[in-house]
Design a protein around this ligand. Structure first.
Ligand code: FEO
Length: 390
């Protein structure tokens, strides 16, 4: 694939990571891309780079357009190595180029690469003229690192927001309409749930800034470039940042001998009979990053565990650690499970869900050994009762 023109004189020159299946704890079944952009004006600007092992791919795309030695500036919107990983190689080709970054970006890049590059630190709101165009920089701290910033090109109505609005998708098409809204939204939601969810308040501030800019293309640093579904993805981000959910339930559990699974089924039947759509995920078969995507818009989240060694089942403990870190808000919670003796697991689940300040409208269910038909009928009724509280 050659460089792809995004706007006149603005080219995608990134790398496509078709084989990536694991991104620091996040499963990426569709792979990903690292999007770098080349802006050709009186000054030549490279915005972000790619993971180190795709440097040659990026370089060859830059060479499709210009001699890389002509680059005047490299903008580092974000320090994380999937975007800064090829900076050392690029800077060897253009050692005098300005490295435009935020104050935290400079600190982070120095810590990562230990290089004395020509840093040009910009404050939020600063602009750099590059000829017919200008680049404006807006800091977006904690979306999702302290150094994060976005680059805006007003003459092109183009926003380069780095990780924000990204999706982990490797594809031949570079634009949202070449893959379609359903897949683009599915992956953007999974990305938001696993990378951005904790920073909803900062996202709201960033959306306020974005709403004041004239934009018709948003070109993030992962996945597809938004040009046809821009209103839809902005609306989705507003919904997710405000923790708005749908009237649906997510049941997450693991099971040792099948008892917790029977309870999960009875709860699902009760909820479904009461008209609530349910997604059920057993943690043996479903990775926590996939389950988080389901959690993004579920209003009620039911978590089930057997008691093992006086505590939760390890997979449930791992899920709750992850969930607690990402901190979805405004949910209803419910704990359930089974035990042989002791039975502490369900109490620990309930405490964790309550620590997220979720509403816990009903007492949990905790059944010894094997639930009998009468107990399962009562659990089903609990599911129906829970549906009334949604
Ligand atoms: Fe895509 Fe925060 O790096």
């Amino acid at each position: 694939m050659k460089a792809v023109e995004v706007k006149p004189g603005v080219y995608w020159v990134g790398g496509v990571d078709w084989e990536l299946r694991y991104f620091h704890g996040y499963l990426t079944p569709r792979g990903t891309t690292y999007n770098a952009y080349l802006i050709v004006d009186e000054k030549i600007v490279l915005v972000d780079t790619v993971k180190h092992y795709l440097f040659a791919e990026m370089l060859s795309r830059i060479e499709d357009v210009i001699d890389p030695a002509m680059i005047d500036y490299v903008v580092a919107n974000h320090v994380e190595m999937d975007h800064s990983g090829s900076l050392p190689e690029i800077m060897e080709l253009v050692p005098g180029a300005g490295v435009i970054t935020s104050p935290q970006g400079e600190k982070g890049l120095r810590r990562h690469y230990k290089k004395e590059w020509n840093f040009q630190v910009v404050k939020s709101g600063d602009a750099v003229n590059i000829g017919k165009r200008s680049l404006q920089f807006v800091h977006t701290p904690m979306v999702h690192w302290p150094d994060s910033m976005v680059t805006y090109v007003p003459e092109e109505k183009l926003l380069l927001p780095n990780d924000a609005f990204g999706q982990h998708i490797a594809s031949t098409g570079r634009f949202d309409d070449e893959v379609g809204w359903d897949i683009a939204c599915e992956e953007a939601a999974k990305y938001y749930a696993n990378i951005v969810l904790l920073y909803g308040d900062q996202v709201k501030k960033a959306l306020e800034v974005v709403s004041q800019l004239a934009i018709d293309v948003v070109a993030p640093s992962h996945g597809l470039i938004w040009r046809s579904y821009l209103p839809q993805i902005l609306a989705a981000y507003r919904k997710w940042a405000n923790n708005e959910t749908d009237r649906k339930a997510l049941i997450v559990y693991d099971t040792m001998w099948g008892s917790t699974e029977k309870i999960a089924r009875a709860l699902r039947e009760g909820l479904e009979e009461a008209g609530v759509p349910v997604v059920t995920r057993c943690l043996k078969e479903n990775h926590i990053s996939t389950v988080m995507a389901d959690a993004l818009t579920a209003r009620v989240i039911l978590v089930g565990t057997p008691t093992l060694n006086n505590g939760m089942f390890p997979t449930v403990g791992a899920f709750l650690t992850y969930l607690k870190g990402l901190r979805p808000k405004k949910r209803l919670g419910f704990a359930f499970g089974s035990y042989g003796w002791g039975g502490q697991g369900v109490k620990l689940v309930a405490e964790t869900l309550a620590s997220l300040e979720w509403d816990m409208p009903l007492d949990g269910v905790n059944i010894q050994y094997i639930p009998d038909p009468g107990e399962l009928e009562a659990v089903k009724e609990t599911g129906r009762e829970l549906a009334k509280r949604i």
